[in-house]
Design a protein around this ligand. Structure first.
Ligand code: PLP
Length: 407
């Protein structure tokens, strides 16, 4: 506040928010360009790989469950407010699911229903951080992290992943932790690389954090951002609370069951976390201060009925195989994705933005990795129809020819 200029003070709106509102995300810009292009030349001629919006429909049973809920639950309950952390029976269902699936002790008292992972992240960061606190993320990272961290008054600290496998650089992490470190965001399966952190990575990461907690005599929390938890291909994914006590799970049903627009997810504070109860109360306070009165009631009740169901995720695996193998055959180098629905491809030139511009010539809409805090790659969101992937391969071939990549 001290360095706010006089002209800023006279503004009718908050400058910080005005600036944020003006800044459109690169991903959205590409998506908007795609819409324009589709109107001009036909949707089937544009290969839009920009957005992580699930293309596999939610299971049809969900509509039946919604109809049953409408018929059976009194309207004042179905459409009314629930208590702020969520309906008790829904929180119990989520806790039971965690216990059964991950064999980890969970209680409804530490579950807070949210509007997706986005609000879960914003709430947790606000619950944890004050000025001078630092939050570490591994690059490349989901671009909204910067906004949530900076708007919770904390400082974003970036530690790059190892480029050979896109696991976090643990030596870099060790160096980056200071007395001000409050939390680390862990996102596996990862957006944008599609990598999943191996068990040995998680074990070593937990060891480092335990040592640093002792050194600085304060808790450091892991915020495990896991909206892609079920989107894994031929691997097992470690459940972080088993490895590290000070873990907060942030989960969402946006991707696993294709409910992105329903805005529903949860926060789960590990009962083993230091001050778990106070932490939970702070989460309730942060939710309140951010105006999240409660998560949408209808969708809370829906989750209770369909917990454990997923959309047909096998389609993403099929897409991954066709795209990864197809691009490899054309001479591109990509990170082999074991989860999520993103392929991270090395740009044949260091300037990934320039490469994406050129790709537009072949109607290929790719996102430069600079948007994810990392240079020299592009992200391809393969949560599109398998037909689009197959039809796009000749365009990728043209692109490969431009850079003499073809073997
Ligand atoms: N975290 C990551 C890594 C994401 O990729 C996304 C969405 O794409 C989110 C959080 C936000 O998801 P939600 O729709 O659940 O708010």
């Amino acid at each position: 506040m001290a360095n706010l200029r006089e002209s800023d003070k006279k503004m009718s709106v908050a400058k910080k928010m005005l600036d944020l509102g003006k800044q459109s995300s690169v991903i959205r810009e590409i998506f908007e360009y795609g819409l324009k292009r589709k109107a001009e030349i036909g949707a089937e001629n544009v290969f839009d790989f920009s957005l992580g919006n699930p293309s596999v429909p939610a299971p049809p049973q969900l509509n039946d469950i919604i109809k049953q809920l409408i018929d059976s639950v009194p309207a004042e309950k179905l459409h009314g407010y629930t208590s702020a952390p969520g309906d008790q029976s829904v929180r119990e269902a989520v806790a039971d699911y965690i216990q059964e699936t991950f064999r980890f002790p969970a209680t409804a008292e530490l579950i807070y229903m949210t509007c997706g992972a986005a609000s879960g992240l914003a709430i947790c960061l606000n619950a944890l951080t004050t000025q001078d606190d630092e939050v570490i993320v591994f690059a490349p990272f989901f671009p909204e992290y910067r906004i949530y961290v900076e708007h919770s008054n904390a400082k974003l600290i970036i530690v790059p992943c190892n480029e050979h496998d896109f696991q976090p650089d643990l030596a870099g992490l060790e160096q980056a932790i200071t007395a001000n470190t409050k939390a680390i965001i862990v996102n596996s399966p990862n957006n944008p690389t599609g990598t999943c952190y191996r068990e040995d990575t998680i074990q070593k990461l937990a060891e480092i954090l335990k040592q640093k907690q002792l050194e600085f005599k304060k808790p450091i929390y892991i915020l495990s951002d896991g909206p892609y938890r079920e989107l894994i291909y031929d691997i097992e994914l470690p459940y972080l609370p088993h490895y590290y006590d000070n873990t907060i799970i942030i989960y969402s049903y946006s991707k696993s069951i294709s409910l992105a627009g329903a805005r529903i997810g949860y926060i789960f504070v590990s009962p083993l976390a230091e001050n778990a109860n106070d932490l939970f109360v702070a989460i309730c306070g942060a939710g309140r201060s951010l105006g999240y009165v409660c998560a949408p009631s209808l969708f809370q009740f829906l989750i209770k009925e369909c917990i454990g169901m997923t959309a047909d995720l096998s389609i993403y695996k099929k897409n991954r195989d066709i795209l990864y193998n197809g691009l490899k055959d054309l001479g591109f180098t990509a990170v082999y994705p074991s989860g999520a629905f993103y392929l991270f491809v090395k740009s044949p030139i260091q300037d990934a933005e320039k490469f994406c511009e050129l790709a537009k010539k072949y109607e290929l809409l790719l996102v430069p990795s600079d948007s994810f805090g990392y240079a020299g790659f592009v992200r391809i969101a393969y949560c599109v129809s398998t037909e689009q992937i197959i039809n796009s391969l000749p365009a990728f071939k043209q692109l490969a020819k431009e850079y003499n990549l073809l073997p």
